[in-house]
Every structure is written in C-alpha cells, then in structure tokens.
Design a protein around this ligand. Structure first.
Ligand code: GDP
Length: 302
C-alpha cells in the first residue's frame, strides 16, 4: 500500500496517458508505437530503454498476433519487468553479514536525500533487531553532522563524529573501532557529496574505502548511491560519474513520491546495470521501501 501511495504521481500520469492512448486507437500500428514511445520518454524511462522496449514489443505483438491496443498493455508490463530483471545477477537484497560487522557506505551529491536515507535505513534495520551505528563522514557540508545526529536521536542509535572539517577517513576509523567495541551489527557511513571537483571526490572516497577495507575484511559490504528521482535524466548522469569513481553496489532512489516521472528506475537499471535496492517515498522514518520491480511495474498500470 505504501509503495502504491508513494507512486501515485507517476501512476496517475502514466496510466492516464496510456488509457487515453488505448482508447484512441483501433489497431496497433506504427503511429500507436510512436505515441507510446513518447509517453515512455516523458516518464523518464530513458531513450535507450524505450527503444529496446518498443522493439521487443513490436516482435511480441507480431508473434502473439495482437490486434487490440488494450491487449498491448499486458505485454508492456511483462516486458518492463523482463528488462528490469535482465542484465546481471546482482540482487536487490542488502548484503548483511550473519556474523560480524557489516559496513555500508553511502555516496551521492548534496541534497539528494543521503542523510534522510541513512536515518530511514537505520530505523528499518533497528526494527529487525540489528544494532546500528552511524558514522558522520560528511565533514565538509555545514550542518551535515548535526543533521545526522538529529536522525540518530530520532531513531535511537549512536552517531560517531568529529569536528566539521576533519578527515573523513579518521572519522571512519573511529566509527569502526566504536562499532567493534559496542558489538554493532551494521555501520552506516555518510560521506561528502561535492561533485564539483571529481578528482577530490574520488581521492576522498578511495581513502575512506581503504580504511574500511583495512579495518574490516570484506568491507564495505555495500556502496549505496543515493539519487534524487525528481532530477530525472540528471540522476542518470550522476550515477555514471559515481560509477566511474567507485564500485557502486546498489542505488537508493529518493523522492520517488515527488515525481510523476518514476520511469527513471527502469532507465537506471537498464542503462547502468546497478540494482535499485530501495526507494524513498516520503520524508518520514517509515518512508523507505525495498524496491520490487514487479510491484512497481504492475503498480503503474493499476
Ligand atoms: P543530503 O544532502 O543528501 O543528505 O539530503 P537530505 O537527506 O538532507 O535531504 C534533502 C531534502 O530532501 C530534505 O528536505 C529531505 O526531507 C528530503 N527528502 C529526502 N528523501 C525524501 C523522499 O524520499 N521523499 C521526499 N518527499 N523528500 C525526501
């Protein structure tokens, strides 16, 4: 239900246009497919993905000898799920260790919802009886540390921090020692999100990762990139930059509730081959959902 409510804007936009299209056409012809392409592109599904989808749709329509536009809808949903799930074997599940400390690194540009996502995930994992610690690794942005502390208080988890401007790698070192001493299950690490200087960003991420790798064998277990769904194709560009800078294992797509163009989820998966692990559907503690491609796609048509 939560998932459905959060997708309301995308759903009403998309299904409205689809119903209108289907009602207007008597047969499935070239014009129908062209208009369909337009609707999908406007929903931010992404050019490459739309082209691939429509190509496959045309073949399927021919194969199944579909004449009625209304019957194309079912095939679209099936193909969208197929496209989403194809490509690589990585799963949507978080890689949480059964024994010992799991370290999850969060990366992303300022303002995308990184801090909020860390707070929400801390809440979710705490509900699963995990002991959580937060590392205030964004020592650059004014107010970032305090904001993480507010979430720490709200959720009831410890935050390890140093003064603003200090070395993020040193914060990570401290946080890992604290997590070990307090026998935490999961350490969620914030990082700085300035993209203006790509070389510095890469260097800083590298350094932070080196400390984590050295102190916890096998870590970081996840590097989650947070992207803002309302920024559309810009999110895709950010994802490409971060993918070059570091090994991103999954994406959190925040603010999906705030856009009518939720098709960006499909573009990310199909063009970057990184699974969307969570979606943000609001500003509150409970507004983080595991992403489910089938629920999502069928939700668009319901
Ligand atoms: P950061 O700079 O990346 O750490 O971004 P913040 O976590 O401070 O989030 C920026 C703004 O986006 C805040 O006002 C959040 O409340 C808001 N926000 C974050 N996630 C969501 C979401 O899933 N839905 C909505 N509607 N707002 C969100």
């Amino acid at each position: 239900e939560k998932f459905k409510d959060g997708l309301e804007k995308t759903r009403s936009n998309f299904s409205g246009k689809m119903n209108e299209l289907v009602a207007r056409y008597r047969k499935v012809d070239e014009d129908f497919f062209e208009e369909l392409e337009e609707i999908l592109i406007q929903a931010d599904v992404g050019f490459e993905t739309v082209m691939q989808l429509v190509e496959e749709l045309k073949l399927e329509v021919k194969k199944q000898n579909i004449k009625n536009p209304a019957d194309v809808q079912t095939v679209i949903s099936e193909k969208l799920v197929e496209i989403y799930e194809a490509g690589d074997q990585s799963t949507a599940n978080l890689n949480i260790q059964n024994d010992g400390l799991t370290v999850i690194l969060f990366v992303g540009v300022n303002g995308v919802g990184k801090t909020t996502t860390i707070g929400k995930l801390a809440h979710k994992l705490k509900q699963e009886d995990k002991k959580i610690i937060l590392a205030a690794g964004d020592t650059f942005r004014a107010g970032a540390i305090e904001q993480l502390e507010v979430w720490g208080d709200r959720v009831g988890v410890d935050v390890i921090k140093q003064a603003e401007g200090s070395d993020p790698a040193a914060v990570m070192y401290d946080a890992i020692q604290a997590a070990k001493a307090r026998q935490a299950d999961v350490l969620l690490c914030d990082t700085a999100g300035r993209l203006q200087n790509k070389v510095n960003l890469m260097k800083e991420l590298e350094k932070v990762k080196r400390v984590i790798e050295r102190e916890v064998p096998g870590a970081p277990h996840e590097v989650l990139l947070v992207l803002d769904a309302t920024t559309g194709q810009n999110a895709l560009i950010q994802a490409k930059t971060f993918k070059e800078a570091t090994n991103v294992s999954g994406i959190v797509l925040s603010k999906l509730d705030g856009t009518a163009k939720g098709g960006i989820v499909l573009a990310i998966r199909n063009e970057l081959h990184i699974p969307v692990k969570f979606v943000g559907l609001g500003e509150k503690m409970d507004d983080l959902q595991e992403f489910d491609a089938e629920k999502y796609v069928y939700g668009l048509f319901s």
